[in-house]
Design a protein around this ligand. Structure first.
Ligand SMILES: NC(=O)c1ccc[n+]([C@@H]2O[C@H](COP(=O)([O-])OP(=O)(O)OC[C@H]3O[C@@H](n4cnc5c(N)ncnc54)[C@H](OP(=O)(O)O)[C@@H]3O)[C@@H](O)[C@H]2O)c1
Length: 329
């Protein structure tokens, strides 16, 4: 099934004002769905209304309030786009993945919701050669700090599977407006400081608009995990110079360190061939070229973008939930 033949649904969007949530809402309403979207912030309820979603203020760590909010919304589907990365706190994000998802799934089950679509990531597979397909196991034996990230992902995905119908979107590295890979984002700042090295570690990217489109299309996908990433997993020595050019940073310093075997990229053939997903940006090559001109959806001054000194400058990888070239894990 595709999003075009999914009838108008009531969607409970957990994380409606985030970088992905605010792109997803207009796509949902354009497709005829009704959206109840969460935020914790009174300042972001206006943004949600402007996007034609019904705002509900709730913290995912408050199980009772979340259950009441889902019950009141009476949704057909729960769309989980919660992350907690603005503070760069790996443990906080893992706690949201574990406990927040647990609360959301419990709320959905109590309200009789049959389907969940949940945001995950595609770089927690076991180490190996070549891009990982969805059948590759998660890297549960990783050492810290990666272990915390993998455990959070595993808990999120296991909880999602408790609903009768579930889709886990294993996103590639998000880039585009509002993300860390934007001209005003964290990685651009690091690139301007020469803090990212062009080495052998492989990353799979996805433009934030393609990630949003996949979330809406996934309302009609069969249960399963899906790598949602572009066609061209690439080593930093290929993509980082292009990223630096796009965000006005000098050419990056090179690294001759061997590839971290966990930095292998992901294979999107399931999404493309079996589910018919068609990213507008099949490669970061064309996607990065748009970075200088794309603009984010205004967020009423509530920016998650920047970011504290701890994340920007620690350089030890311990507060880096996502691989950064030369700073990995
Ligand atoms: N696959 C990827 O590469 C990937 C995935 C996620 C994030 N990132 C990067 O990380 C950057 C920052 O991410 P972020 O996590 O700060 O994102 P964000 O885009 O602000 O989204 C976080 C969402 O989760 C909600 N949320 C967080 N904690 C919550 C809680 N306890 N209860 C209820 N809702 C909660 C936020 O709601 P409020 O409105 O209440 O704040 C917001 O809607 C992004 O711009 C992106 O570059 C990358």
């Amino acid at each position: 099934m595709t999003s075009e033949n999914v009838p108008g649904l009531r969607v409970f969007l957990a994380g409606g004002a985030g970088v992905l949530g605010r792109r997803v809402i207009p796509l949902l309403t354009a497709a005829g769905h009704t959206v109840v979207a969460t935020t914790r912030s009174p300042r972001r309820t206006g943004l949600l209304r402007d996007l034609e979603a019904e705002p509900v203020r709730v913290d995912a760590h408050d199980a009772g309030a979340l259950a009441a909010a889902v019950r009141a919304a009476a949704p057909d589907v729960v769309l989980h786009q919660l992350t907690d990365l603005a503070g760069g706190d790996l443990a906080a994000n893992a706690r949201l993945r574990e406990q927040g998802t647990r609360n959301l799934v419990a709320a959905a089950l109590a309200a009789g919701v049959r389907r969940i679509v949940a945001q995950s990531i595609c770089w927690t597979y076991v180490p190996g050669d070549g891009p990982a397909a969805e059948s590759v196991p998660l890297d549960l034996g990783a050492t810290e700090p990666r272990r915390t990230t993998v455990a959070g992902v595993a808990a999120l995905e296991a909880a999602a599977r408790e609903l009768p119908e579930w889709v886990v979107l294993r996103y590639g590295m998000l880039y585009g407006p509002g993300t860390w890979f934007a001209p005003d984002g964290l990685r651009a700042a690091q690139a301007r400081e020469g803090a990212l090295r062009a080495g052998a570690d492989v990353t799979s990217f996805v433009h934030v608009d393609d990630a949003a489109t996949a979330a809406v299309t996934a309302l009609g996908w069969p249960s399963g995990a899906v790598n949602v990433c572009d066609d061209e997993p690439a080593p930093a020595r290929e993509w980082l110079p292009a990223f630096c050019r796009a965000v006005g940073a000098p050419p990056p310093p090179a690294s001759d360190a061997p590839r971290d075997p966990a930095a292998r990229g992901a294979d999107n053939r399931h999404a493309r061939r079996e589910l018919g997903w068609r990213p507008a940006y099949p490669s970061w090559r064309e996607g990065f070229a748009t970075l200088a001109i794309d603009r984010d959806i205004p967020d009423n001054g509530h920016s998650r973008q920047f970011i504290n000194g701890r994340v920007e400058n620690s350089g030890d990888g311990h507060d880096e939930p996502m691989p950064a070239p030369g700073k990995v894990r």
